[in-house]
Design a protein around this ligand. Structure first.
Ligand SMILES: Cc1ncc(C[n+]2csc(CCOP(=O)(O)OP(=O)(O)O)c2C)c(N)n1
Ligand SMILES: [Mg+2]
Length: 577
């Protein structure tokens, strides 16, 4: 930690005994933690006192929700477990949105929360909240440690549970008296998780059945989700697709798992996916789902989803199998292991007609926008960012139209490059996630493509980025609206824009007030030089306020509940040729 004069640590502690607060720090170091996020408060002061001397960089957000999203962005960018710590009561409650975001997207986080003294629990003590009760539905696992003997082991278990199987957030609640109790922990103590089983290798009979189905299929499609990224299975996915000659479509969470520059990539499917991906899914005879969960934004009407297809589902979570859509060949286990086995058993097939048909769809319905407009089109801004960064930046997003355009117009080529709140759709995620990603990857360009209203929710975290000299870039696609809400109001509520336009601050001025660089762009011709300037800023964040056309829509669009082939906006795209 910087900017402090160190006072010697308390020397009254007997050498073999350690207070719980020191046990927490030592166990975090043992787990390989060298950076973490957190916020102070009464019941975590013992812990922060020990962090003062620890070999861990602690980044303090301006709101605990931001801290949780930072830990999440850190985890997504690095593949490691993100760690966040908060005080009891209000601090712990502020984590809820961040935990739910990580839970829905299967992101490994360990959250440590302080709690009131054990003997005060249940007394409505000052800053007491039932943290484990409140966070149970938004964590993979949580518990309270009431006995110092369990502390080190429980923290180790938290890291194990968060990062294995289907990853997710784990919360450990620690009363302040446990932090203060002295104890000599047993370093060699084994984890005690009798009920927690992780299936790694898939059932060989199922893998053989899957291989047979792939070999026999005339019109297969790979449908890939974020599970391939968490399983670090992108190399295997590429080998599988190339060996068996399979087209690949990805969910929002799966973007980056397959290089979108490759011809076999059909890009994103679903509500705002490409027409060629959606048509291919609706016409395929075999759908090979890997680490994906048949979310309603992907399937549209489940009853008419992939109507002619046999479905293979490879997933580490048995609870995901046949949850939304009936699966013919389930394979439960780690995608990396399973794909390795599958690659051995599959054969190349030419599939000329199928691939020709897909090429025709791709040719007929590429993603387009009106680039002859004199106004700034959001898609143009994103294309310019893509071109100037040569497709290599890490992109985080807000939620809404900005997120969908980022997914459509930035082409991703590697896993952990696209970081977005998919399952929960959390506005305010983009900026803190960018901070977490930049902390994880200091040498890479990290860009938050954000919405004006998403940015409004957590923009206070600019202070955190300035303090740590993080050169993140924030590109606000400023349409002056809650754009995605406005689009729905336009299409389904007869253009009655009820409450979806609010006053915004001048973002360049806001950025400068925080000590960041701030740029306003209101002319289309100024977009390239603003992007160039933004990319050249070092050692501090740069916010660019792109004043884009207010009523641009995201196309194509499968209206909620419709079947995937019933896309609106295709005629509009065709007219743009
Ligand atoms: C925390 C939160 N509150 C509400 C919503 C519902 N919602 C989804 S998109 C959206 C509008 C987003 O506006 P903006 O950030 O400006 O993005 P745009 O769609 O204009 O690009 C809203 C309100 C949400 N996803 N998250
Ligand atoms: Mg907006």
């Amino acid at each position: 930690m910087s900017g402090k004069s160190r006072k010697p640590a308390d020397s009254t502690v007997k050498p073999s005994l350690k207070p719980g607060s020191q046990i927490i720090v030592d166990t975090l170091v043992e787990m390989g933690v060298d950076k973490m996020f957190g916020y102070l408060g009464g019941v975590v002061l013992p812990l922060f006192d020990k962090l003062y001397d620890a070999p861990i960089k602690v980044i303090i957000p301006r709101h605990e929700q931001g801290g949780c999203h930072m830990a999440d962005g850190y985890a997504r960018a690095s593949g490691r477990v993100g760690v966040v710590v908060t005080t009891s009561g209000p601090g712990a409650c502020n984590l809820v949105t961040g935990l739910a975001t990580a839970m829905m997207d299967s992101i490994p986080i360990v959250a440590l929360t302080g709690q009131v003294r054990t003997n005060l629990i249940g007394n409505d003590a000052f800053q007491e909240a039932d943290t484990t009760g409140i966070t149970r539905p938004v964590t993979k696992y949580n518990c309270i440690v009431k006995d110092i003997k369990d502390l080190a082991r429980t923290i180790r278990e938290a890291f194990y549970i968060a990062s294995t199987g289907r990853p997710g957030p784990v919360l450990i609640d620690i009363p302040v008296d446990v932090e203060l109790t002295e104890y000599k922990p047993d370093d060699g103590e084994k984890l005690k998780l009798p009920g927690y089983k992780v299936r790694t290798k898939g059932h060989i009979g199922q893998i053989t059945a899957a291989a047979k189905a792939v070999n026999e299929s005339q019109k297969p499609v790979l449908y890939v989700g974020g599970g391939v990224i968490s399983a670090n299975a992108s190399d295997e996915l590429r080998q599988l697709a190339q060996k068996a000659n399979l087209p690949v479509t990805m969910t929002l969470m799966g973007l980056g798992s397959y290089d979108q520059k490759k011809p076999e990539s059909l890009d994103m499917l679903g509500m705002h996916g490409t027409a060629y991906a959606n048509y291919a899914v609706q016409e395929c005879d075999l759908l090979i789902a890997i680490g994906a969960r048949f979310d309603d934004r992907v399937t549209g009407n489940v009853k008419t989803f992939a109507p002619n297809a046999k479905i293979i589902h490879i997933d580490v979570d048995p609870a995901s199998i046949s949850k939304n859509v009936h699966v013919d060949i389930p394979v439960v286990g780690d995608a990396k292991f399973i794909l390795k086995e599958l690659i051995e058993k599959i054969e190349h097939r030419p599939r000329k007609e199928w691939l020709k048909k897909i090429a025709e769809w791709k040719n007929k319905y590429p993603l387009r926008y009106d680039n002859n407009s004199t106004k700034i089109k959001p898609q143009y801004v994103i294309e310019e960012i893509y071109n100037q960064t040569k497709g290599t930046a890490i992109i985080t997003t807000g939620v809404g139209q900005n997120q969908m355009w980022a997914a459509q117009f930035y082409k991703f080529s590697r896993p952990r490059q696209f970081i977005s709140s998919g399952g929960l759709g959390t506005m305010g995620y983009g900026l803190p996630a960018a901070i977490g990603a930049q902390v994880a990857k200091p040498d890479q360009t990290v860009i938050d493509i954000d919405g004006d209203h998403s940015f409004n929710m957590t923009m206070t975290e600019l202070a955190t980025a300035v303090e740590h000299k993080l050169p993140i870039k924030v590109c606000i696609i400023n349409n002056g609206y809650m754009g995605m809400v406005r689009q729905w109001q336009q299409l389904f509520y007869n253009r009655r824009y009820s409450c979806s336009r609010l006053a915004n601050p001048d973002y360049a001025t806001v950025a400068k007030a925080f000590g960041a660089e701030g740029i306003t762009v209101d002319k289309k011709t100024d977009v390239p030089k603003a992007v160039k300037k933004m990319l050249s800023v070092k050692n501090k964040p740069c916010v660019v306020d792109f004043r884009v056309e207010g009523e641009e829509n995201v196309w194509p669009m499968v209206p909620a509940g419709k079947s995937l082939s019933e896309m609106d906006g295709l005629q509009i795209l065709e007219r743009l040729v």
